[in-house]
Design a protein around this ligand. Structure first.
Ligand code: EPZ
Length: 416
């Protein structure tokens, strides 16, 4: 497995362009199945999860090619509704293909996605919503088989504002007969981007970004060219990279409103944030204060930025408390940070971070995507050399974090 070698202590300074959002691109790639046409997706990141989604659609019979950062997806040749078990295991979020494939074929088969390093990752909200739409769901031998002779709109109230369940229902409802209303939906910007993509193709969806989404079923969709929103989590990660090295960074092509919960916590810690229409500059002072973080669904503080902020809080001069409400096993990075000299105690969903004189470089192991990114950030601030192993986890969501960080002054190299 590859690794990153990081020589810490360099103050980062410079500008970075932010790629399209992984968590917007993935449901939109699933949505291209509904049009049965050709979609041009601009500014797409060549990250592992996008490549996995491309492989799944190719296995289903679609024709897909890259033209630099434009993904050209022709789904007119799709002929299978049976999603590869081996690829689902590689990326559990492929579950959002279910809604699109059912919408297209009236049937779908997928292996149960199972858990991941973050926890159990149940899909009960997805399946109970499908049943309300006239879809029969059978679960046998580790597979989920969905069938519907007459996919119909429904009123659905989500017990929890699940991102994936909201997306799956939107995808299944777009071509269904009649109207669908989803209550208590996820409000993430990626949901709004999915709505905007589908409407650009001729769908009739409104309300994304609020707690209620309305979908009027339509007969067909047409092809479209579309530019996906920037990745707010990559942007937040690079703001923390500047803060943890007490440096300065300007991020281009971002939407400051998408990062409000993140930038307000960085300001609370003592950073200066300067916003323009589609750029953010962070200037960090020498000393940072502790802050308390509670992860919540959007617009609350994002769970996908929890580990990265934990790394930063290890370098602050006051105690901080993190409460992780979304995933039961999202503190794995804490145990590796402790090996770097961090003073963290974990009790269930609470982590208490106390000041420490400094972080010391050592060999640490990435166990999940954002936890791995947090270890890279810690290495930027640590004394000496930090080796981050198992960086394949990180490549699922960052095309080349080492290249990006080197461009603003970090000493970080990838090694086999
Ligand atoms: C999406 O995952 C993101 N992934 C995650 O980002 C992100 O952490 C998460 O939303 C929360 O914001 C993608 O968009 C590809 P959820 P998803 O359904 O859809 C419970 C990253 O690092 N739940 O909103 O799986 C679940 O257990 C990844 O980029 C049910 O109980 O998240 C969890 O506690 C990691 N039943 C909570 O909801 C269900 O049927 C949030 O899950 C579904 C979810």
């Amino acid at each position: 497995m590859s690794k990153y070698i990081i020589h810490g202590g360099k103050r980062l300074e410079g500008e970075l362009h932010i790629d399209a959002s992984k968590n917007a691109v993935l449901p939109i790639i699933a949505a291209t199945i509904l049009s049965g046409n050709t979609t041009y997706l601009y500014n797409c990141p060549r990250i592992v999860d996008v490549e996995t989604m491309v492989d799944i659609l190719k296995q289903l019979g679609c024709k897909i090619k890259w033209d630099n950062k434009t993904l050209i997806i022709d789904t007119s040749t799709i002929q299978s509704y049976d999603i590869s078990e081996q690829l689902v295991r590689k990326m559990r979020s492929s579950i959002i293909l279910l809604g699109a494939i059912i919408g297209k074929f009236g049937k779908a088969k997928i292996s149960y996605p199972g858990g991941c390093p973050l926890g159990a990752r149940p899909i009960d909200l997805h399946l109970s919503a499908f049943k309300k739409m006239g879809i029969t769901v059978t679960e046998e031998h580790g597979f989920i088989i969905c069938e519907s002779s007459h996919l119909r709109g429904a009123k659905i109230n989500l017990d929890f504002p699940s991102v994936g369940a909201t997306e799956n229902i939107m995808l299944a409802a777009t071509l269904a007969a009649g109207d669908t209303i989803i209550y208590n939906t996820a409000r993430e910007p990626e949901i709004v981007d999915l709505q905007n993509y589908l409407n650009a193709c001729g769908a009739k969806i409104s309300g994304a970004g609020t707690e209620t989404i309305y979908i009027q079923g339509v007969k067909r969709l047409h092809s479209v060219s579309y530019k996906v929103i920037p990745d707010r989590i990559i942007a937040g990660t690079y703001l923390v990279a500047a803060a943890i090295t007490r440096g300065t960074v300007t991020l281009k092509d971002v939407y400051p409103s998408h990062l409000r919960a993140i930038t307000s916590k960085l300001e609370e810690a003592g950073c200066t944030i300067v916003e323009d229409v589609n750029q953010i500059t962070l200037i960090s002072p020498k000393e940072l204060k502790g802050v308390n973080i509670t992860t919540e669904p959007y617009p609350g503080y994002p769970t996908d930025m929890q580990s990265q902020m934990m790394a930063l809080l290890c370098t602050c001069n006051e105690m901080s408390i993190i409460k992780e409400n979304l995933f039961e096993a999202r503190f794995k990075a804490a145990y590796e940070l402790i090996r770097m000299g961090a003073n963290i105690s974990v009790e269930g969903r609470i982590a208490i971070i106390k000041p420490t004189a400094f972080l010391m470089g050592t060999t640490v192991y990435a166990e999940d995507l954002r936890g791995g990114a947090a270890l890279v950030l810690a290495g930027l601030a640590a004394r000496g050399t930090t080796v981050v192993e198992d960086i394949e986890h990180i490549k699922r969501g960052y095309q080349d974090i080492a290249l990006d960080l080197r461009s603003i002054g970090a000493s970080i190299q990838e090694r086999e």
